[in-house]
Design a protein around this ligand. Sequence first.
Ligand code: ZN
Length: 145
Amino acid sequence: MPQKSKKPRCQHMKTKGIECGAPVMAGGTFCFFHDPEQMVQRTAAQRAGGLANRRRSNQSVSDLPLETPGDMLQLLSETINAVRRHGMSAKSANAIALLVTVWLRVREPDQIERRIRRLESILESSTLKADEEIDVRRFESCEPR
Ligand SMILES: [Zn+2]
């Protein structure tokens, strides 16, 4: 009968008083997650990762104005150049491209409305001019000879 070797198990007690029971680290009495030494290293690694992420997000990228199509063109130009310089991930560039598309779509009704208003004002002023011309003619016809 093969003897079942008893592998040492993690001594860590969970909150409900149950032992972790995971296999221990070589020569230790705790598993990878509960080994105090590993925990120190893990915390340091997490802190370093967090700092790196913060450093990445703090990179001095100033906010661009995002008001006009010209601003969007500027954003796209900078994005394209950043990708070409390998200064931006394709993922970020894709996100920007998508956001520019959304920006354009959101703006579209506003632009159409503006064009309609412009056309209306042109039409109105030309109608006014036509009316004035008629008035002038009427005035001329009524003029005593
Ligand atoms: Zn454990």
